[in-house]
Design a binder for this molecule. Structure first.
Ligand code: RIB
Length: 306
């Protein structure tokens, strides 16, 4: 069972020629409403590859909340653990430019009410994988991770948006998934330096966790006490990279929950993240397991020993 504890947003997507600079206004013909939020995106991505996914979070009592719940349910996510807030459903305003780069602003609203007490202790145990991000209150996230770890679950943290990890919190994390910027912030460094593998290996030792660093078009690397791997990225023509990281995280967590080893999880996640860039929006372009398996031989994953 994969329990996702985190954010649920309604995304407003604006396709623009160029993203606005500070002080600039840019125009586009219209916008699209899509289901989003890092937690919900990861839950939906995991459900689409066959995981038994339970989403825990908060929605507002509004049509955006109904929409977000319906889209997750349609993807196969169990939404019984969602609660209603007196605040509005979180909204993300997302600009996407011609090069598929994005800019995102989130109004958190109902996400700020998400609380570890929403998760009953019976859900923890050796058969449970708990997946968190950093789009709700960090205190709530780290309290849940502590309880989940103490209860014998596997814990995965996607530390997005970026934040430094407090030393006391490192003990509750089995797997940390971050991009380059988030990796540096997590360990209070300015950058990860010239070699992501060296950084990941050191971070894995410092945190006592498996560390996965996603590198966009350069692929991803994973460092764990049992070994290190480097994965290539899937070669695609990107339309929109929004939610690609979430697809990676959701598919990776689903694979580990399914019993896959680190290499296999990295390969499926890398393929899935690539496919998720081929359409506009986060949850709209997430692949099924069959689609991922069709492309598995296009992404090479190598052990790295140096
Ligand atoms: O990671 C992509 C997500 O970030 C979007 O769906 C948006 O809601 C923001 O949370």
């Amino acid at each position: 069972m994969l329990l996702v504890f985190g954010s649920i947003n309604a995304d407003m997507l604006f396709s623009v020629d160029t993203l606005p600079r500070p002080g600039e206004t840019v125009l586009c013909p219209g916008y699209k409403l899509a289901a989003g939020g890092k937690g919900a995106n990861q839950a939906a991505a995991a459900a689409k590859v066959g995981a038994d996914v339970h989403m825990i979070g908060h929605l507002g009592k509004d049509s955006f909340g109904d929409f977000a719940r319906d889209v997750m349910t349609e993807a196969g996510v169990n939404c019984d653990g969602l609660a209603l807030s007196n605040q509005a459903t979180a909204i993300a305003v997302i600009g996407v430019d011609q090069a598929a780069e994005n800019q995102i602003i989130v109004a958190s609203g109902a996400n700020l009410d998400t609380h570890p007490d929403q998760v009953s202790h019976e859900l923890f145990g050796a058969g449970a994988t708990i997946l968190c991000q950093n789009e709700i209150r960090p205190e709530a996230t780290f309290e849940l991770l502590k309880r989940a770890k103490a209860g014998g679950s596997r814990t995965i943290l996607n530390l997005a948006p970026a934040m430094a990890i407090e030393p006391d919190d490192t003990k509750s994390i089995d797997v940390l998934i971050v991009n380059e910027l988030e990796a540096a912030m997590a360990l209070r460094q300015k950058t990860i330096g010239d070699d992501p593998l060296v950084f990941a290996r050191e971070a894995s030792q410092v945190l006592g966790a498996t560390v996965v660093i996603t590198l966009g078009a350069e692929g991803a690397i994973a460092a764990s006490p049992g070994g290190c791997f480097r994965a290539a990225s899937l070669q695609i023509d990107p339309i929109d990279t929004t939610g690609a990281g979430d697809a990676f995280v959701g598919i990776f967590a689903a694979a580990l929950d399914n019993g896959d080893d680190l290499r296999s999880a990295l390969q499926k996640a890398s393929v899935g993240a690539g496919l998720a860039c081929t359409g506009l929006g986060a949850q709209t372009s997430q692949p099924s397991l069959v689609e991922i398996e069709t492309h598995l031989d296009k992404v090479n994953v190598q052990p790295v020993n140096r």
